[in-house]
Design a protein around this ligand. Structure first.
Ligand code: PMP
Length: 462
């Protein structure tokens, strides 16, 4: 077959855009913007690159922080095809299982730190966190403390888009339009965001103070009313906020002291992103519950997991009563088989060790050179996750007004140079695939330096 003509390609693109504009309601998108400008059509991806509309872009966001083994791995396609032919679907309700689901649960338990040994499968990070919330309520009822219902979350948190998980999120913009109530369900406390809120304190002092904010809230509402503390080890979505070292051990100690459950949302950090299999190991703490998604299948299939400690799952399992919770596609055989293969690739190619010993330190060393730039207040890096803080005044750490969208402008300037990063409100977030090469890291840093120069020059001229 001869290749399609440029006219045919243009017509095909126009058709996709037309259908999409008419019928597709997009997540986290202004629907009016899509009426005015057509959606961007991405239609191919390989390694660290995504392609669409004649462009090839280095994806320093790994999709949305999920494509850890890189795009286009034939091994995963083969496993998916074989599993679909063998058993395209069967559910896991009422005591039925399938081989990849059992293998994957055991593999996750083996990799997970401490006594996190029991796995519930779902399809998205939101569902895993939603499952955690329901099971936590059940747990406290079983333990005869039904009054423990309050969840403590933090400013700048992102835990999902379902009703209950939205309430955990740290931005009121995610509650208000939908009338989601947090009062009585969720209490938000300060984020361990030293750069923005640390003032004159050292990061270590500020880390302790941010942890103590959790204890103050517990004492204010009464420990007997608090069910759990919900937290991402690194708050990725809203700014790649890496807490000071003093923070996590203290949070853990506070939770233990008041017998409050600690949930580590490792949806982004799980499976190697920080250079250890789980960020709990990087930061030196142990949660009672852990949620996982993105990196579990590197985004090749929708799959997520809630991993429970033995103590927690023993309480859930101590009474003979059906668990009234689950999703049709929980433990889907194709998704679990693909996730197993993904974990095998991470192990065989030693991709997590590579982050700790090789590409992570290189990424950090190269990226922190950007701290010399007049627009950059701080570059924070852990493994292959980074935040570049945009500052109006470096000395005082003063920010530009968020409405000015300086991060958006830098993001667009980077895109024009073939690089995808994510503006997140005066900060640029990066979390590239684990297979990124040194030359690709160099490209990221060069493209960002140019983008920052361009916007800095424009700001100085305005
Ligand atoms: N938790 C965290 C830490 C996340 O970053 C996200 C997604 N960005 C979620 C939960 C929700 O995951 P999903 O979009 O798969 O529902």
């Amino acid at each position: 077959m001869p290749p399609p003509t440029p006219e045919a390609l243009r017509a095909a693109l126009a058709r996709v855009q037309r259908l999409d504009q008419r019928h597709h309601m997009h997540p986290f998108t202004d629907p009016r913007a899509l009426v005015q400008a057509p959606p961007f059509v991405m239609d191919a991806a390989q390694g660290c690159y995504v392609m669409g509309q004649g462009l090839r872009l280095l994806d320093a966001m790994a999709g949305l922080g999920c494509v850890n083994i890189g795009y286009g791995r034939p091994e995963l396609a083969e496993v998916a095809a074989e599993t679909m032919k063998q058993m395209s679907f069967y559910h896991s309700f009422a005591g039925v299982t399938n081989p990849p689901a059992a293998e994957l649960a055991a593999r996750i338990a083996a990799l997970a730190p401490g006594a996190l040994n029991r796995v519930f499968f779902a399809n998205s990070g939101s569902e895993a966190n939603e499952t955690a919330i329901k099971l936590i309520n059940l747990y406290w009822r079983r333990r005869g403390q039904p009054g423990r219902r309050l969840l403590i979350s933090r400013d700048f948190a992102y835990h999902g888009s379902t009703v209950a998980t939205s309430a955990l999120n740290g931005l009121t913009a995610m509650h208000k339009p939908f009338g989601i109530r947090t009062v009585g369900h969720v209490a938000h406390v300060a984020s361990p965001f030293w750069y923005r809120f640390g003032g004159d304190l050292t990061p270590e002092e500020f880390g302790k103070r941010a942890a103590d904010a959790i204890e103050h809230k517990i004492m204010e509402v009464g420990p007997q009313n608090v069910a759990a503390v919900f937290a991402e080890p690194i708050q990725c979505t809203l700014g790649a906020i890496i807490p000071p070292e003093s923070y996590w051990p203290r949070v853990e100690a506070i939770c233990r002291k008041h017998e409050i459950l600690l949930v580590a949302d490792e949806v982004v950090t799980g499976f190697g992103r920080t250079g250890r299999w789980f960020a709990q190991e990087t930061f030196g703490f142990q949660a009672d519950l852990m949620t996982l998604a993105k990196g579990l299948s590197s985004g090749y299939q929708p799959i997520s997991a809630l991993v429970m400690s033995d103590d927690f799952s023993d309480v859930i399992g101590e009474q003979s009563e059906v668990l009234q919770h689950g999703f049709t596609t929980s433990a889907h055989p194709v998704a679990t088989a693909v996730a197993l293969k993904n974990l095998q690739i991470l192990e065989e190619e030693k991709l997590v060790t590579r982050i700790a010993d090789d590409i992570g330190p290189y990424f950090a060393a190269r990226l922190t050179t950007l701290e010399q730039h007049p627009l950059v207040g701080e570059v924070r890096v852990s493994g292959l996750i980074a935040g570049i803080e945009i500052a109006e005044d470096k000395a005082s750490r003063r920010q530009y007004p968020v409405d000015l969208g300086v991060d958006q402008l830098v993001g667009q300037a980077a895109l024009a140079r073939g690089l995808i990063v994510r503006p997140a409100g005066n900060v640029l977030v990066l979390c590239p695939p684990f297979v990124i090469s040194r030359a690709e890291v160099d490209f990221i840093v060069d493209a960002l330096a140019e983008a920052l120069d361009q916007i800095h020059t424009a700001l100085m001229a305005s």
